[in-house]
Structures are given as C-alpha cells and as structure tokens.
Design a protein around this ligand. Structure first.
Ligand code: SF4
Length: 331
C-alpha cells in the first residue's frame, strides 16, 4: 500500500470514528444534557486526540483530554470523569459497564488470505479460535476461511471483562477455556496472550501474527524457569509490598488483603501507575502484584527486585505448591 493510500485510509478510519462518537453522544443526549466531554486514549492512539477533539469541538462540545497513561479499559481516568459529563474511552471494549462512559474500540483489518500460512501448523480438525479486540470483527470471515479448508472453529463467550465471543485479554482467557478444545488458534500480535492461554488451558496453542505472517507454538519452559528463580529469591525476602491498584478495573482489594494475611512481613501499598520509580524509595525486597497481571510477567526486567504474581507469593508463603503454578487472571 502506498503511503498516500495509508494516510487516506487512516483519515477515513478517524472520520468514521468521529461520526460514530457524535452519534453515540446524540443518543445519550436524549436522556440528559452533555456539554463537557472527556476523551481518553491508550498510549498507541494518543496521536488521534487532536483530530477527534477538533471534530467534537466543531460539533459544539467542550473537550478535555486525559493526559494520564492508559493501558486498557481497566484504566479509566476517574478524576477526569468527576469533572465531565461523559468520558469517551477509545481503543478498548469495556471490562465493566459504567453509566458515564462510552467505549469506542478500534478495529484493525488484515488480509484474511494471509491465514494460509498458519494451516500447516494446525493439527486438529476442530480448534478453538481466539483473538484480541482489534480483530474480533473479522472472526466470521476467519471461521469461513478455516471451514473452507476442512477445519472447524469453536468460538466461545469469555468472562464479563471480554464482551465479544472469542475475545481474550492478558488478564482473562475464559474465551479460550470455554471452547473446551485441546488445540487453540490465536490470531494477534505478541506471545503473551498465547502463552497465557497455553498455561491457563493446557491446550496446544498455535499463534499467528497477521502482520508478519509468522506462526509460533508458544513454549512456557523459559518463562517457568525465570518465575521459579524469582520465587526462590523471594523466599529470602525480609519485606513484601503487596501492590493494590487504584485503577478502575484492576483493583483487587479482597485478594490483596488475603495475601497480606499470609505473611507478617507484608504491607499493602495502594498505587496508581506502577513503575520502578514509584517503588524505588520504598525499598521492599519483593513486590506482589495484584494489578494488571501482565505487569509481573511482562515487565519484570524493568524492576530491580522480584515482582511476583499472587499465586507465586502463595508458593513463597507455603500456601501453594510449585506444581500448582497458575497464570494470574482477573476474575
Ligand atoms: S488488566 Fe491488564 S490485560 Fe487486563 S485489560 Fe487491563 S491492561 Fe489489559
């Protein structure tokens, strides 16, 4: 695709998005007056803020844009919500329902024929099919594509955090578990989701990246060796900081309190954005993450001390055996 066409298609997508947002606002205005509209974008879409803000201002709304980091629909700008009539959260499907929030997720197309590349790696005639929110709108076409090649796909409803059939998040793999299949095809980028699905289901997972055309079978061994080493190191810790998130859809207070009760060396730390800098001055030997599960697994390299999952902390405290290792999910 030429860069001119790319720019045109991105502009068209943005115009569609703005038209949809204005029509959703008009719909809401049948119930109540909306003047001040807050806009929130995840990191990868923040550059769309100006164009959308400009269009909404022209439509007569007062606009304020959240400048906070945002990683998911679990991360609503609660302060901004208090000072505006409605929050428009762009880029993700809801993880919970909220009266004053409009969620406008972002779809991304890819050329379905690229899936030809994954066919030789699939072993079963019936497979579970999962993807991320960007591609759920393509699932019917993907099912047809596989069906034409003799492979039946099962797509299942996940948890309340994933409103679309076949949709997974890095904090919930129910849409994979509920297929009941021993082989699952994941369409999307990165290896975190397929690895999580493999650990959560025990199924063989075939991961296909629709942009690179690459197929991978995630192998959990390297990850488990690293997690085991962190657990062993944590057994020598003199202090544990249990991280309790202030974020709208990441707060697991009951879990944090239960974990605190497992050790007299543990304190609960309430925190918004969890970064190495934010933890630096506390100086705990080990942190236990009850916020977004990906933080402990994906971001460990950024932290100078172990950041354990709740299940790993249970192993450290003797409340769970290593053989009962489970990937953390928000339920
Ligand atoms: S908790 Fe983490 S994985 Fe789940 S929606 Fe939020 S950012 Fe995504």
């Amino acid at each position: 695709m030429s860069s001119k066409r790319t720019i045109e298609s991105v502009q068209a997508q943005q115009e569609d998005l703005t038209v949809r947002i204005i029509s959703l606002l008009k719909e809401k205005e049948k119930e109540r007056t909306i003047r001040k509209v807050a806009l929130q974008f995840p990191e990868g879409l923040k550059r769309k803020a100006h164009g959308i803000s400009e269009a909404l201002r022209r439509a007569g709304y007062e606009i304020v844009i959240s400048g906070e980091p945002c990683w998911g629909a679990c991360d609503l700008d609660l302060d901004l919500m208090k000072n505006s009539d409605i929050l428009i959260h762009i880029g993700h499907a809801p993880v919970d329902e909220r009266e004053n929030v409009i969620y406008e997720y972002f779809s991304q197309d890819f050329d379905i024929s690229r899936l030809e590349g994954v066919i030789p790696s699939i072993e079963s005639k019936i497979v579970g099919l999962i993807t991320t929110i960007q591609h759920v709108h393509l699932l019917d076409d993907i099912i047809q594509f596989f069906s034409d090649r003799g492979i039946e796909c099962v797509i299942a409803k996940g948890s309340e955090r994933t409103p679309f059939k076949g949709q997974v998040l890095g904090c919930t793999y129910d849409a994979a578990k509920n297929t009941g299949c021993s082989e699952i095809v994941y369409i999307g980028t990165g290896l975190f989701h397929p690895l999580g699905v493999h650990l959560a289901t025990g199924a063989r997972v075939v991961a296909f990246d629709p942009y690179t055309g690459r197929t991978e079978i995630p192998d959990e061994r390297r990850m488990l060796i690293k997690r085991h080493a962190l657990i062993e190191k944590a057994k020598e810790a003199r202090s544990f900081g249990i991280l309790l998130s202030k974020k709208s859809g990441q707060r697991r207070e009951e879990l944090a309190k239960r974990l605190e009760g497992l050790s007299d060396k543990a304190d609960i730390i309430e925190i918004g954005e969890i970064t190495p800098d934010a933890l630096l001055n506390f100086g705990y030997d080990v942190y236990v993450n009850t916020a977004c599960p990906r933080l402990a697994y994906d971001d460990q390299a950024r932290f100078p001390v172990p950041v354990l999952s709740p299940q790993e902390f249970e192993i450290v405290c003797g409340a769970r055996e290593w053989e009962e290792f489970e990937i953390d999910e928000i339920t």
